[in-house]
Write a protein that binds this ligand. Structure first.
Ligand SMILES: C[S@@+](CC[C@H](N)C(=O)[O-])C[C@H]1O[C@@H](n2cnc3c(N)ncnc32)[C@H](O)[C@@H]1O
Length: 257
């Protein structure tokens, strides 16, 4: 090895050792920062879990102990949203409820109809989940107030000539009902990222003026964009944006024709 080459290698080794020294000196600060982030995330998680436990107990007390409550959250409504929706239903007492995306929420909505009057029309694109919802509704003793419609999610023409993907409107429109409350919780995002955006342009003729729309999963950018677009188009007024719920929710008033 030439003297010049050895000298170059010594310089490289010196630089590497210097960089390692600097990184080691910085390590405690780095670990401290990471630990602070982890502690903050754990506090956040702890608050969220506590909120769900408190809401679950509230839900159980409202429902009674004789009816089943399946595991919630994930695809199903979260306990805190269930309580939020139940409070809205009790305040508004709607008589014609439309649910987009059946499930455990169907039991809550149908039971409300059984207690306070009204009917629930629930729409799903999968028989399997419609059947599951029907099972919850029966177990909650509200099957006489529940009408399940299984439809495809398809491209449909709008008045503007454009097309939009959403649950097939025809079987719902054929019922001839004007709904005064809608719970928008389907189709699922895996069908298409912005699929729920098709609801208002397409289903507006089956909604009564002033119909309240509860939008679940409002933490998602797609849902926020969708609601902002409807508000900008003069279809809805945003009455509440509840960001305290784990999946967030928006309460809208239908003001379009
Ligand atoms: C957000 S979920 C609707 C949940 C329902 N509103 C509830 O509170 O239980 C939207 C749709 O996802 C589908 N779905 C429900 N559970 C699912 C699961 N575990 N895996 C895949 N799809 C599911 C159903 O077709 C349902 O209509």
């Amino acid at each position: 090895m030439t003297i010049r080459r050895r000298r170059r290698r010594e310089i490289e080794q010196f630089r590497l050792a210097r960089d390692i020294d600097a990184a080691v000196l910085d390590l405690p600060k780095f670990v401290d920062r990471r630990l602070k982030h982890i502690a903050r995330d754990l506090r956040h998680l702890d608050r969220r879990l506590y909120q769900q436990v408190v809401s679950y107990i509230d839900l159980r007390l409202r429902a009674g102990f004789e009816v089943p409550i399946p595991p919630l959250r994930g695809h199903a409504i979260s306990p805190d949203t269930a309580i939020f929706m139940d409070d809205i239903l009790k305040a508004l007492r709607p008589k014609a409820i439309l649910e987009l995306g059946s499930g455990f929420s169907s039991a809550l909505l149908a039971r409300h109809c059984a207690e306070y009057g009204g009917t629930l029309t629930s729409v799903d694109h999968l028989q399997e989940f419609g059947d599951l919802a029907a099972g919850y509704v029966s177990a909650w003793g509200a099957q006489d107030f529940f009408d399940l419609i299984i439809v495809d999610v398809i491209e449909q023409p709008l008045e503007s000539g454009e097309h939009t993907l959403f649950y097939d409107l025809a079987p719902v429109a054929a019922k001839g009902i004007k709904f005064d409350f809608a719970f928008l919780d389907g189709p699922p995002k895996y069908v298409s990222e912005k699929v729920r955006g098709g609801f208002l342009p397409l289903f507006k003729d089956v909604l009564s003026p002033g119909c309240t729309i509860l939008v679940d999963d409002y933490y998602r950018p797609g849902e926020m964009e969708m609601v902002a677009g409807w508000a900008a188009d003069g279809l809805v007024e945003i009455q509440q944006e509840n960001t305290a719920l784990e999946k967030h929710a928006a309460v809208l008033k239908f003001v379009g024709r």
